[in-house]
Design a protein. Structure first.
Lengths: 410, 530
């Protein structure tokens, strides 16, 4: 019994010791952390400049109808620190921020063009080495400095860091022009066979800044954050931009189309021209490398299903051949886009389309030879694109309104 | 009063079966007056001791006396009996059966007394204890024995609806403080000759009647014997409630979990009897004990068996969930907001952070303050006079709910967590299990505040190990889970329809009598219609 009491007491003492020595633990209260919603990385030629968009929780809750507060306050605050390395810069934040930066809820990392051109390997290392930040953070590139992007307010979303992530996700889901590239995917692509990657662009559209809450006193804001082109990375350095049209073609080739649109030219019986809009609901791409007589070529098989969203040609869609011709036109459009993207890739000597992996798998023996000079091999390989377009639905009305109007006139 | 004390002590030893020789001075003497005098002295006198001396017209005008303690006897029975005695005393009997005391004695027992249960005693002590139980004693001059008549009664509480274990559907009667009423409530439900009541007397001074109830052939012999053994060991001067007994007979002294179930519902007690458990009823309290018991039993309400099985299953899952909420929610909140902020969705984190803005205390202290405040409020709610109840609840709700948040002392989220926890803790049907969850909650909160989720997990693992080590009358406490008994699982987390529960819970009930219903009773309307 005495031994039991002794052991019980020692457990109590140990527990009590644990209670008082909590300072050594990584326990941190919610009002001791600065929640970062977006991080910006810039390079000024010598130093890294890291910018942080920090959420001010109290201001957010007063924006969303909390109590107290004299007039609207900015829900976010942006500041930057400089350092020899990225982590060095972050360390400098301790000398100016009253709270510890907390990166687990960081949504996007915006990289300025200069830093992109210098290389992203250091950033990726920071992400993979530290447990605090997540590898699911979306990477965005911006032509100017990233700090300017972080400073912008956004409509509807109080925290623009979270808003940027929502924009890129919705873009990827609904138009598929730009992909959402998390840090881990960027790392995987850079280290892949093709040693290339893409990063979507975000930029401030408009000349003025929307960095003051006063901008919200009118119905339109002076500038907006907008997604633009696609940054092309070779190894870990950016080498150029791809236009939105090209990047949609690249998306087809990369098989990353979830939902998209294609505008198809059409013609009625009298030769009047117009456009139909088709929503792509499903798309599947297969890239097949082919080796014929020492010449490597690629074949892209695309299966697309779409639904008609808008038609301004006077067509009777019930007539045989009309739908088929629309499908044909759609195929032509998509093939053109893909070819354009392919050409751009060849021009930059960057294989963005995962062709390297496919080739490696199919021709492992020859790959040894090609791997050293893959970019040149790729630049010489032609693409043969084949699209199977299927119009699944035509919406609720089967004849276009223009057709009905024309008929009435007669 | 030295004699009283002496008598009180020897009462325990003098109880049936101890075989002590009767001391000479306590034996009833032929002289009525000296007997009366000694009996009065034994009981210490007092106004409530009623002594009525009568003289019979026949039998040589023999004197005899009726004694009882007023208030604990059934007034109606006494007056009927007294009426009969007086009438008898005035009658003259011509039969010459030989004059003498034994004859009057026989005459009284066989022809005169209008009471069902009679017995005789031959010492002052026995007569005195019988009177303390509520019996009436008839002493006859010149006779060495006394007649003890069972006139137990007096004011008791009526059978009312149980206040602590209420149901929506089901019998509304509850046990009372009167043991006889309670046994009758059980007898009325189970009209089986196998139903056994075995009585004991525990408590040197209180001499509390305790009944061990079981169904012969369904309850396991081992368990019954063990119950008797443990009850016989108890030596205490008073038993005022079954809780006294519970602490003496539970398998392990140090555990927050109740190892015996208590109920104030006769239907719940009968349900336990039918499953082979033993019920221990204690005079003076409406709460009977049920043993052996498993952890899962505390989450079952007798209503589970009256409502349809799907409803019952749903309610059981709700109760289990509430148990975990009541045990874990504050500690999870502390652990996640102070250690694992990355686990929260961003918008939730921001709104929590906004609420914590300007709160002076760390989350652990904040939670402790609120939990303890709530415990105080709850305790006040139980103890305070009913009239000032509303005042306290208004103060509690306003001061704790609103003012504390507005003053920036406590965050609103913490108020939500604490109130939800509080509500969840009242869902558990067994109050003592709810209290166990509340006690564990505080330990887990400290663990969460010092080690985060790691601390909670270690705490829960220790708790699980402790639970698996517990026994209730030798039966594993976590029974259907560990050791795993598949057929018992039908009535633990879920309740299957009655026609599917053919077997009694194995390992609790006796192995010789496994089935409680016929096979193939699943309703099949098409066959009945054909």
């Amino acid at each position: 019994m005495r031994i039991r009491i002794k052991s019980f007491l020692s457990v109590v003492v140990l527990l009590f010791a644990a209670l008082v020595t909590t300072g050594c633990w990584n326990r941190i209260e919610l009002n001791e952390i600065a929640i970062t919603s977006a991080t910006g990385i810039d390079w000024d030629g010598e130093n890294w400049i890291v910018s942080y968009q920090v959420v001010i929780p109290a201001a957010i809750s007063s924006v969303t109808g909390g109590s107290g507060g004299t007039g609207p306050k900015s829900p976010i605050i942006v500041y930057s620190t400089k350092g020899k390395t990225i982590r060095d810069a972050i360390m400098h934040s301790f000398s100016e921020s009253p709270r510890k930066l907390f990166f687990a809820h960081n949504r996007v990392v915006v990289i300025g063009e200069k830093a992109m051109r210098k290389g992203v390997n250091e950033l990726i290392d920071v992400y993979f080495r530290n447990s605090g930040s997540r590898e699911t953070v979306s990477v965005l590139a911006t032509p100017g400095t990233s700090r300017r992007v972080l400073e912008q307010f956004m409509q509807l979303q109080a925290i623009s860091g979270a808003g940027m992530k929502e924009i890129i996700l919705s873009e990827m889901k609904n138009t598929s022009i730009l992909p959402n590239v998390p840090v881990y995917q960027l790392a995987m692509e850079i280290t892949g066979d093709a040693k290339s990657a893409v990063v979507p662009e975000i930029f401030v559209s408009g000349s003025e800044d929307t960095s003051s809450l006063d901008s919200f006193s009118s119905t339109s804001i002076p500038s907006k954050l907008k997604l633009g082109r696609l940054a092309i990375l070779k190894n870990d350095q950016m080498i150029g931009w791809m236009s939105r049209k090209e990047s949609l073609g690249a998306a087809y080739l990369r098989d990353s189309v979830q939902q998209s649109f294609v505008v198809v030219p059409c013609e009625d019986q009298e030769g009047k021209k117009g456009f139909d809009t088709v929503q792509i609901l499903k798309s599947k791409t297969k890239i097949i490398p082919k080796l014929q007589g020492g010449q490597l070529s690629f074949k892209a098989d695309v299966d697309v299903t779409g639904t008609l969203m808008e038609s301004n040609c006077a067509q009777d869609l019930f007539k045989p051949g009309v739908i088929q011709s629309l499908e044909k036109e759609g195929e032509v459009q998509i093939i053109a886009m893909m070819q354009e993207a392919w050409k751009k890739g060849q021009e930059l000597q960057v294989d963005l389309f995962g062709a390297a992996e496919k080739t490696h798998r199919k021709y492992p023996k020859q790959w040894k030879e090609w791997s050293n000079s893959w970019d040149e091999v790729f630049a010489k390989s032609p693409l043969e694109a084949k699209v199977k377009f299927r119009m699944a639905r035509m919406g609720l009305s089967n004849k276009s309104f223009q057709y009905l109007l024309d008929k009435k006139e007669k | 009063m030295p004699t009283d004390k002496h008598a009180g002590h020897s009462g325990k030893e003098g109880s049936p079966g101890s075989g002590q020789t009767i001391q000479a001075e306590q034996v009833l003497l032929p002289d009525l007056d000296s007997n009366l005098e000694r009996l009065h002295r034994f009981l210490g006198g007092g106004e409530d001791i009623v002594c009525r001396t009568l003289e019979h017209r026949s039998f040589n005008r023999t004197r005899y006396a009726l004694l009882y303690i007023d208030g604990i006897v059934d007034g109606v029975a006494i007056s009927t009996m007294l009426l009969g005695l007086l009438e008898d005393a005035n009658a003259s009997y011509t039969e010459t059966e030989g004059a003498g005391e034994p004859n009057l004695y026989r005459h009284l027992t066989e022809r005169s007394i209008a009471i069902g249960k009679l017995s005789d005693v031959n010492t002052i002590e026995q007569a005195g204890y019988a009177m303390l139980e509520g019996c009436s004693v008839l002493l006859v001059d010149g006779c060495l024995r006394a007649i003890v008549m069972d006139t137990t009664g007096g004011e008791t509480r009526a059978v009312e609806e149980p206040s602590s274990q209420t149901v929506i559907r089901g019998p509304k009667e509850g046990f009372t403080e009167n043991l006889r009423t309670n046994t009758s409530l059980i007898r009325r439900i189970i009209k089986s000759p196998d139903l056994r009541f075995e009585y004991k007397m525990i408590g040197r001074q209180t001499r509390t009647n305790v009944a061990v109830v079981y169904l012969e052939g369904i309850a396991e012999r081992e368990v019954i014997n063990e119950v008797h053994r443990r009850l016989d060991k108890i030596d205490i001067d008073g038993v005022l409630e079954s809780g006294y007994i519970e602490e003496f007979i539970q398998d392990r002294a140090f555990t927050p979990f109740p190892l015996l179930q208590n109920t104030e519902r006769p239907d719940a007690a009968c349900g336990a009897l039918l499953e082979g458990q033993v019920v221990i009823m204690v005079s003076g309290t409406p709460f009977s004990l049920i043993a052996p018991v498993t952890f899962a039993k505390f989450f079952q309400s007798s209503e589970d068996y009256y409502q349809r099985y799907d409803i019952a299953t749903f309610l059981r899952i709700i109760r289990m969930t509430s148990f975990f909420i009541s045990m874990l929610l504050p500690s999870l909140y502390i652990a996640i907001t102070t250690f694992h902020q990355e686990m929260l969705p961003t918008s939730l984190l921001i709104s929590l952070a906004a609420q914590r803005e300007g709160i002076p205390f760390p989350a652990l202290l904040e939670a402790f303050l609120m939990e303890i405040t709530f415990e105080i409020l709850r305790e006040a709610g139980v103890r305070m006079p009913r009239i000032i109840g509303p005042a306290i609840s208004i103060v509690g709700a306003l001061v704790l709910g609103q003012a504390a948040v507005q003053a920036g002392i406590i965050s609103a989220a913490m108020v939500i967590v604490v109130s939800f926890t509080a509500i969840a803790s009242f869902v558990i049907p067994a109050v003592n299990m709810g209290i166990a969850a509340r006690l564990i909650r505080f330990v887990l909160m400290i663990l969460a505040g010092t080690f985060g989720l790691f601390g909670i997990m270690s705490g829960l693992m220790l708790l699980l190990a402790h639970l698996c080590g517990l026994r209730s009358f030798g039966k594993p406490y976590m029974m259907p889970f560990s050791p795993f008994v598949a057929s018992n699982m039908k009535d633990v987390l879920i309740r299957v329809p009655w026609w599917a529960m053919r077997k009694r819970p194995t390992n609790i009930a006796s192995d010789s009598n496994k089935f409680r219903e016929g096979a193939g009773q699943k309703p099949r309307p098409d066959q009945e219609g054909a």
